[in-house]
Design a protein around this ligand. Structure first.
Ligand code: C2O
Length: 551
């Protein structure tokens, strides 16, 4: 591989959407941010300079960061944030991965405006396991707030309520024609009849899982989270925040000059708090192969509408995720751990904290919304966990007593328990190098049935099973798929159900795991794994770079 250098200047920029202008944090003044492109095996050296009066930090979502935990980026987990006037060089190699990933801000709600694609091409001369597309196009979904997003989350945390909803969803930063004042900000994908396009789809939305569909066209899914899958054809995708999906789209020969809507809107599942139930539309615009001026030719043709599942269509979600399977062939094997060293069971979901005496709180029954893994709502420390661990100064920063079972015996009945209170703390789960882990994530759905897209840093995992209701340790493992389960970095814990994953902890460091709905992360739906060094010299995390930011 080669070394590729990028310079990311974090700058404020005025951006107008929905007829209102606000100043947002950007990379190099671009919104969405610049695309990073590399090949498998390349080294990326990204110099990030902070010119804004906020603390910032960037994360390379889905990059394995093998033995390079210092470059992972979540603030207060692997590094202290980069302060105004300071810089940090993220330096890492792409090992054994190719496909679509992305990068985003990883402190508070910075990722609302600070995100972009990270495209990893296969090594030179290595073809895709599908016919070479005519063109490749990134499609990033986002959410636009007219208000300042830092104000939105800090106000929500003050009163313990759900945050205000966004004003639109976006495709490549554009809300599209279904919103007032926005027709001119419409994403258009121009295609030639007969050609096949690879859409690199990324869900960067803060708080919404999305369905996506293009009228009159089916999509062939070929990869998720930078891992090839057995191709399958679908009319509609489901993509949670944090996930990526590559699809092939064939522009049909019989449609010259026609226009079709593409739309994305939430799979919301009656989520408590609030979510934005609006729809973003873009346009698939066929080139006119004749000599008519395209504008006059297009005008008379209808704009076809895609069908999307209803907003709480959980059976669609289950059917869709069931179709995802690893290629699992000799070239791209699925290295599913066949035996496990440790089994863990985590409950994940919302809960509450008591309202402080001097306050009025707007969470459930006058409490403050919170969220927890095994009843522990994670409190971010004041200094970075990885640094504290590496220098042997963990005292007062974190404790190593993350509970391996829920603190309160869990039984999903659909009726909220009497006590929904969480405990609060900075607890990590320590495991030895090369532990083979099986983890069941059980949704609690205490305040309503909801799904949670869980993301693990530093690893891909295999999704070996999922189901509804309570996970049954006597019955459910017999149905686990250990042959060709999908391999990914973000998985939806089904609404009112559970998901089982396996991974090999072959990467020393402190690795964040959290719900990728930003509201839930803010409420504490997160935890950290501490994977210890192995005993051999090549199984140890190298020392931090000298420019690692200080808190
Ligand atoms: Cu995409 Cu911890 O993040």
């Amino acid at each position: 591989g080669i070394t590729r250098h990028y310079q990311f200047d974090i700058q404020m920029k005025n951006v107008t959407r929905l007829c209102e202008t606000k100043s947002i944090v950007t990379v190099n003044g671009q919104f969405p941010g610049p695309k990073i492109e590399a090949r498998e095996g390349d080294r990326l050296v990204i110099r990030v300079v902070n010119h804004v009066p906020y603390n910032i930090s960037l994360h390379w979502h889905g990059v394995r960061q093998l033995f390079s935990a210092w470059a992972d980026g979540p603030a207060y987990i692997t590094q202290c944030p980069i302060q105004l006037g300071h810089s940090y060089v993220y330096n890492f190699t792409i090992v054994g991965q190719r496909g679509t990933l992305w990068w985003h801000g990883h402190i508070s709600w910075l990722r609302a405006t600070v995100y972009g694609p990270l495209v990893i091409l296969p090594k030179t001369d290595v073809p895709y396991p599908f016919a070479k597309p005519y063109k490749e196009v990134p499609l990033i979904f986002g959410q636009w707030f007219k208000a300042d997003t830092e104000a939105v989350i800090s106000q929500a945390l003050q009163i313990g309520a759900g945050p205000n909803i966004s004003d639109s969803h976006t495709i490549n930063g554009l809300p599209g024609p279904l919103y007032n004042c926005s027709a001119k900000d419409t994403f258009k994908l121009k295609v030639k009849p007969g050609k096949t396009y690879l859409l690199r789809i990324i869900n960067a939305a803060l708080n919404d899982e999305l369905f996506f569909s293009i009228a009159n066209h089916s999509l062939t899914v070929v990869e998720v989270d930078a891992v090839y899958v057995k191709p399958f054809t679908t009319e509609t995708l489901l993509i949670t925040p944090g996930q990526t999906t590559n699809v092939l789209l064939t522009a049909r020969a019989e449609y010259p000059g026609a226009n079709f809507f593409m739309k994305a809107r939430p799979y919301s599942n009656g989520r408590p708090g609030t979510y934005d139930n609006t729809t973003v539309a873009g346009i698939l615009e066929y080139e006119n192969p004749y000599s008519f001026p395209p504008s006059s030719f297009n005008k008379n043709l209808p704009l076809f509408e895609p069908m999307l599942p209803s907003m709480n269509n959980t059976s669609f979600a289950t059917n869709y995720t069931d179709k995802l399977k690893s290629l699992a062939n000799t070239r791209y094997p699925a290295n599913v751990p066949q035996t496990i060293d440790r089994h863990f069971f985590f409950t994940v979901g919302l809960g509450a904290n008591p309202c402080p005496k001097n306050k009025t709180c707007q969470g459930p029954n006058g409490t403050m919304f919170s969220a927890a893994v095994n009843n522990v709502s994670f409190v971010l420390p004041k200094t970075a966990l990885l640094q504290s661990h590496f220098t042997g100064k963990s005292s007062g920063v974190y404790t190593s007593d993350f509970p391996i079972m829920p603190l309160i015996q869990f039984n999903y009945t659909g009726i909220p328990p009497n006590n929904t209170f969480v405990t609060n703390g900075t607890k990590v789960l320590v495991i030895p190098f090369n532990t083979s882990v099986e983890l069941v994530l059980q949704g609690t759905s205490i305040f309503g049935v909801e799904s949670h897209p869980f993301h693990l840093h530093g690893f891909n995992f295999f999704v070996i099973g999922q189901g509804f209701g309570n996970y049954n340790p006597d019955k459910d493992p017999s149905g686990f798929n250990l042959v060709d389960p999908v391999e990914r970095n973000t998985v939806g814990v089904p609404a009112g159900g559970w998901v089982a994953i396996r991974f090999l902890a072959d990467n020393p460091g402190v690795w964040f795991m959290h719900c990728h709905l930003e509201a839930h992360t803010s409420w504490g739906l997160k935890m950290a794994w501490l994977v210890l060094d192995g005993s051999l010299p090549n199984q140890k995390l190298p020392p931090p770079p000298s420019d690692l930011p200080k808190c």
